[in-house]
Ligand binder design. Structure first.
Ligand code: AGP
Length: 613
């Protein structure tokens, strides 16, 4: 959940500045404290504090550091409050070994007790601090730095990505990965980088290596060596070339990443439509031959799975059981059937509960894993039998936006392919569904171009109502839930996304005169019944805001405010409404956050990727 960045170079460049820029690009991974260390003439230079990177930089000039090697860290606290002393880097007693860490050392208490009894002096409450002391301990016994690092890390249990430097080693960074993402970027012969995520070094190089679990990389200026942690043997790795553009990782004129990424959706959808059909076919064939099908994910990806499950089951002729990934093992431990297939969705591919769900399933039954992720080579892909990479491009905003719509689109492409393979609808209808999918970029683009004023007005109107509902039926329950999640995480408001039918079984008692209810109402098979639900809430004084297609008359007339989505009212477009209706709710959350003076890119207590249980 923290961000790691490292640089070692033989060039005349400011490693402090590059390291600072690097962690700024990783700030979405955590932002309660940060720190930088550089190495120069046998000494480590450290600057760190609690707070946001920009504020700390103003106080301390984080980029003003000597040397040709630096490590930098942005933290999301787990063990130990977000204080200066707990921020990274953490060092050993001698002050010669510095480490930055993402993850949790699960056995740190016993390691710490042992080290204290050996005379080590701990300064912080972090689990991280055991690592430099373990290395120091091993070096005191005569091991080289390299052997001491192997020795120390073999003692650590848990999940971690770490980067280590030593005052007497001016041109070596040691990077270790165990279940926490780490990538290495390289400018041959000049500079080598490591980071938790590719965008951090994207302005300097597109050539990178993805570390596997239990691997160590030794970074030297312009070169890198890989070794297995357990056997200490060399590993041969192939570099990959990432074709993300540099400005994909920058704000490109937008005030926030979240807004930029909302606006990037038409392009992201277009790229996703171009995913090779052969890959979609493999996915579809595996679904067709599976006995039982589960779909699992967390947060926004889980909501995408709800929409996707709806679309695929319509054509698959089999029930797809959705399951929050954190519940997967608990709920299925006595009944996971052989020959099942699990669809795992995760934009990052690093969500620990999703990874654990599929890993557990693979270990306990003969199952196949189909993964949809936005990150090539992410951890989840290692447990997968087939992977489709959504083409959203890097998503930096903590709130998932374009990765959601591209996930749903990917699942819809699979659904339509299954419909064709099973011959369940005429070819002419398949064509109409395809047309509707192809129209999604244009519909979203038109909506975004014409409705900002309306959304901002609604936000002003809603300003006094801290709580309200997003209600819907059928496939749009996914949209209601996702809209509600965006409002909670970005605008800090308790907005419940709920089934309009179910709302009568309790939540309706909250409705008073002027209580806002946003209905998501594409004219699908649930529309007639939804009219009844709108009437019930209106009769109790509710203020009705409806998300409808442009030509809607009935629910639009019953509403105090309507948000028109520019799409036709046929069944083909209704099925893709989770993609075309959600941008309105993403914008609503974004502007509601601004209205309250909140930073939409830095929602409180959140990190983009949840790598701890
Ligand atoms: C999305 O806005 C949230 N920040 C969060 O719910 C997220 O979707 C969830 O943590 C799952 O992440 P993943 O898609 O990377 O697995």
């Amino acid at each position: 959940m923290c961000g790691i960045f490292g640089i070692v170079t033989n060039q005349n460049i400011s490693v402090g500045k590059i390291a600072l820029d690097g962690i700024k690009r990783l700030e979405y991974r955590g932002y309660d404290s940060c720190g930088i260390v550089s190495q120069h003439k046998g000494k480590l230079y450290i600057k760190k504090d609690s707070g946001k990177i920009d504020d700390i930089h103003k106080k301390m000039k984080l980029d003003d550091l000597p040397g040709k090697l630096a490590l930098a860290h942005t933290r999301w606290a787990t063990h130990g409050a977000p204080t200066k002393i707990n921020s990274h880097p953490q060092i050993d007693c001698s002050g010669k070994i510095a480490i930055i860490h993402n993850g949790i050392i699960e056995n740190f208490i016993e390691l710490k007790e042992h080290l204290i009894s050996n005379g080590h002096d701990f300064k912080s409450e972090t689990d991280t601090e055991v690592i430099p002391h373990l290395i120091e301990d091993a070096m005191k016994e005569g091991l080289s730095l390299r052997s001491a690092i192997f020795n120390a890390l073999k003692k650590c249990k848990g999940a971690y990505g770490v980067a280590i430097c030593h005052a007497d080693h001016p041109d070596e960074i040691f990077v270790v990965r165990k279940e926490s993402p780490l990538v290495v970027g390289i400018e041959e012969g000049k500079t080598t980088y490591c980071a938790s995520d590719i965008p951090a070094f994207l302005p300097y190089t597109q050539k990178c290596y993805i570390l596997d679990d239990d691997e160590i990389a030794i970074l030297r200026p312009g070169e890198v060596e890989f070794l297995e942690l357990n056997s200490e043997k060399k590993v041969k790795k192939n570099a990959i070339h990432v074709d993300w553009s540099i400005d994909a990782a920058e704000k490109g004129g937008y005030e926030h990443f979240m807004l930029k990424e909302i606006y990037e959706q038409p392009e992201a959808l277009k790229r996703t439509l171009a995913i090779p059909q052969a890959s979609i076919e493999i996915f579809a064939d595996m679904l067709l031959s599976a006995k039982n099908v589960y779909i699992t994910a967390a947060g926004t990806s889980y909501h995408a799975s709800l929409a996707g499950k709806f679309i695929i089951s319509k054509f698959l002729g089999k029930y797809i059981q959705e399951m929050e990934c954190s519940e997967f093992q608990t709920q299925l431990k006595d009944c996971l059937e052989q020959d099942s297939l699990i669809i795992a969705l995760s934009q990052s591919g690093e969500t620990v509960d999703t990874i654990e769900a599929v890993r557990w399933a693979k270990e306990n039954a003969n199952v196949k894993i189909l993964t949809i992720t936005n990150v090539v080579g992410s951890s989840l892909t290692r447990y997968s039998d087939h992977v489709i990479v959504t083409q959203a491009g890097p998503e930096i905003g903590v709130a998932a936006t374009k990765t959601y719509t591209t996930q749903v689109l990917t699942l819809a492409l699979v659904g339509i392919t299954i419909a064709r393979k099973r011959n369940v609808i005429p070819a002419s209808e398949i064509e109409c569904y395809h047309e509707a999918l192809k129209n999604t970029p244009e519909i979203v683009k038109n909506f975004l171009a014409n409705n900002i004023h309306l959304i901002r007005n609604i936000v002003k109107n809603l300003e006094k109502s801290l709580n309200f509902f997003f209600l819907s039926r059928g496939i749009s329950i996914a949209t209601a839930k996702e809209g509600g999640l965006k409002m909670k995480e970005i605008a800090c408001r308790f907005i419940e996304g709920y089934s309009a039918a179910h709302a009568k079984h309790g939540p309706i008692s909250l409705v008073r005169k002027g209580f806002p209810i946003i209905f998501i109402a594409p004219p699908d098979e649930t529309y007639q019944r939804l009219i009844g639900n709108v009437a019930e809430f209106k009769a109790r004084g509710g203020k009705i805001i409806s998300l409808v297609i442009q030509s809607d008359k009935i629910i639009a007339d019953m509403s105090n405010i309507t948000i028109p989505i520019p799409q036709p009212g046929d069944k083909y477009h209704n099925l893709i409404s989770p993609i075309t209706f959600i941008p309105a709710l993403q914008l609503l959350a974004y502007y509601a956050a601004l209205e309250q003076g909140l930073d939409p890119d830095k929602p409180q207590n959140l990190a983009k990727t949840v790598t701890v249980h």
